[in-house]
Design a protein around this ligand. Structure first.
Ligand code: HEM
Length: 118
């Protein structure tokens, strides 16, 4: 059975999704401020590694755990919803099918308790 990572087109699609995702985040003033001190080049590498990992692709994520990463940011449900919306839109505009995008967002949804850990 092929993984979601393979189904959506592997590394090239993930790279496209992450670039589009970051453009959307930085254009949204409700969430862009959280990334004011973030090295977006490093963030790009980590996001590509992370999405590969959670979609069943190569396990070469080099970043921190989701609870450690987001702790102390005071994140609330609306922040999570905004970021999820940008990720979902980035997948659709990168050619990921509606079904595959929905399945991928299901994996992201599972991380919510760790990300909104306060
Ligand atoms: C929706 C699901 C989310 C996923 C899958 C996700 C994933 C990640 C990953 C993989 C990293 C890299 C960690 C590292 O480099 O060690 C990261 C960092 C970060 N995330 Fe998220 N995140 C999510 C939601 C959010 C939300 C809702 C916010 C705020 C609105 C946010 C703000 C940040 C910031 C500011 C960083 C960079 C921290 C730094 O500069 O060290 N994330 N996230």
């Amino acid at each position: 059975m092929s993984t979601l990572y393979e189904k959506i087109g592997g590394q090239p699609t993930i790279e496209k999704v992450v670039d589009d995702f970051h453009n959307r985040i930085m254009a949204d003033s409700t969430v862009s401020g959280f990334f004011a001190n973030t090295d977006m080049k490093k963030q790009r590498d980590h996001q590509i590694g992370f999405f590969s990992l959670i979609l069943g692709g190569p396990k070469d994520y080099k970043g921190r755990s989701m609870d450690k990463t987001h702790t102390g940011m005071g994140l609330q449900q609306p922040h999570f919803d905004a970021i999820s919306k940008h990720l979902s839109a980035a997948m659709t505009s990168s050619g990921v099918s509606a079904d595959d995008a929905k399945a991928a967002m299901g994996e992201v949804e599972k991380l919510k308790p760790a990300i909104l850990n306060k």
